[in-house]
Design a binder for this molecule. Structure first.
Ligand code: ASP
Length: 486
């Protein structure tokens, strides 16, 4: 008999079905045993009554939480009194005729049928495969999948090509510390992991791709302040022959259409909504969402600081409402800022961001007064995306390196390939990179991005489940030409 998903049982009253899943909960009423059987689609109540099932009732007595089972039974309508309106499958139940235990389970270290957010996070991360069985976490994974799929479909329909760029590469210029990868084949040389595909996406514009996107992993070896992760995912976008205005239009169009699409999925029950199914679950479920203002307001960086004391203001009417999405653009960032630490000007975004066209003359007289052709998209107090129009003229790029006091030889060594590429007909281009983790976190009404990443690291960049980072055998180190200093 072929397998039926729990969610599809509702329409099969009177039929016989084969179910697989995990024992979510078990209630022993003496003569009768109930279990909630969980599969990826939800929960189904299964009834074990001795006279109908004979030997299987004895097995049912042995069932414990998280046992993996195969059940054959008949779908029956629940009596009016026993209907559970909170479950999408709550109008029916299965009268079990056969039960096989496919695997046993130790008692999990925390309760999976409750909101696991109250559990110690180290424990949740050590047993992440169990944490992900909980309803809230499963919902977050599905929501994330829907968001990513929507981005892919939307951009594909808007003539973008998805292209993968390398993970083993050379330094990128965003200014964060990079993870280093020693080369075994080239002793003393290193790859670095990309903190963004910035250079590659610009080189793809030189290559004539014109419209690129990638669901890209960005890796940054930074001190783990607050809600940072050493790796995060961004929707990396780059376009040619455009103005900043085109980036605003594309991004707003994408966000607005996404919210509409997700609301429809919530309505159709294709994103598990969370309302009330979990005892102790937060009041807010997943969706529906509404956007406060369309088109998204634009606020200059200096106004944002002056008015809200932040360059990522929370503009919601009700700051506690996770269903409201208050998007806004922050624009007119200074091109450079003074770094106390380095005692010189540094790029506020990255050193490929173009100045506003009207500010180019300032580069010779007063570069610190120039504004960048750069934008951040913020929502509900978070920076959701940043991007800029890029420099495509090698002379202008060299001038920026000069202002940043990057010596000619160093610029050549680090970015010679970019300067050279710009001499072969580089089109005007620009782009943006919305953070997927942040976006899903906001949509899910979660307090941090770890809740929407399947296997995140701890606040101090460890993975308690895998035990990463870890020491390596001497042989591996020797092969990689590495000696660990005492
Ligand atoms: N590469 C930039 C970042 O990761 C985004 C962009 O400029 O498109 O922040």
């Amino acid at each position: 008999m072929s397998r039926t998903w729990n969610i599809d049982i509702v329409n099969k009253i009177g039929g016989e079905v084969q179910l697989y899943g995990w024992v979510h909960a078990r209630r022993d009423m003496g003569k009768i045993i109930f279990i909630d059987l969980r599969d990826r689609t939800g929960i189904m109540q299964v009834v074990f009554a001795p006279k109908e099932v004979g030997g299987a009732y004895e097995f049912a007595k042995a069932l414990r939480s998280e046992y993996v089972v195969s059940i054959i039974g008949t779908v029956q309508k629940r009596t009016e009194k026993t209907v559970n309106p909170k479950l999408p499958t709550g109008t029916v139940e299965i009268l079990a005729a056969d039960l096989k235990i496919l695997n046993e389970s130790k008692t999990p270290p925390f309760e999976l049928d409750k909101d696991t957010r109250v559990v110690n996070e180290e424990t949740r991360l050590k047993y992440r495969y169990l944490d992900l069985r909980s309803e809230r976490m499963r919902g977050n994974l599905v929501l994330r999948h829907r968001v990513v799929k929507f981005c892919r479909d939307y951009l594909s329909e808007h003539d973008f090509t998805e292209i993968e760029t390398p993970i083993l590469t050379k330094g990128t210029p965003e200014g964060a510390r990079e993870f280093l990868v020693p080369s075994r084949l080239h002793p003393g040389k290193f790859y670095v992991l990309p903190q963004s595909p910035q250079q590659f996406k610009q080189l793809l514009m030189v290559a004539g791709v014109e419209r690129y996107f990638q669901i890209a992993r960005a890796l940054r070896d930074e001190d783990q302040r607050g809600d940072r992760q050493p790796e995060h995912t961004q929707l990396d976008i780059e376009m040619s022959f455009i103005e900043a205005e085109d980036v605003y239009e594309l991004t707003e169009g994408l966000m607005i259409a996404m919210v509409g699409h997700l609301n429809q999925l919530v309505g159709d029950g294709l994103i598990p909504s969370r309302g009330g199914r979990l005892p102790g679950s937060p009041l807010h479920g997943i969706g529906p969402w509404h956007i406060s203002k369309i088109p998204f307001p634009r606020i200059s960086y200096s106004d944002a600081i002056e008015k809200y004391g932040s360059d990522k203001p929370d503009l919601r009417k009700d700051k506690n409402d996770p269903h409201e999405l208050a998007f806004a653009w922050i624009v007119d960032f200074p091109l450079f800022e003074h770094s106390e630490e380095e005692g010189k000007l540094v790029a506020t975004h990255h050193l490929f961001s173009a100045p506003r066209p009207q500010d180019i003359p300032l580069l010779d007289s007063a570069p610190e007064k120039a504004f960048a052709n750069q934008y951040d998209l913020v929502a509900n107090g978070y920076e959701l995306a940043s991007g800029s129009m890029r420099i495509h003229d090698p002379k202008l790029q060299q001038k920026i390196f000069h202002i940043l006091q990057i010596p000619v030889e160093e610029a050549e060594r680090r970015f010679g390939h970019m300067l050279e590429a710009f001499t072969y007909g580089a089109p005007p281009h620009g782009g943006i990179a919305p953070g997927i983790d942040r976006l899903v976190m906001l949509l899910a009404g979660e307090p941090n991005i770890r809740e929407v990443i399947a296997f995140p690291k701890t606040g101090d960049a460890r993975d308690p489940m895998m035990g990463a980072p870890s020491e390596l055998p001497d042989k591996s180190l020797r092969e990689a030409h590495i000696k660990v200093a005492e």
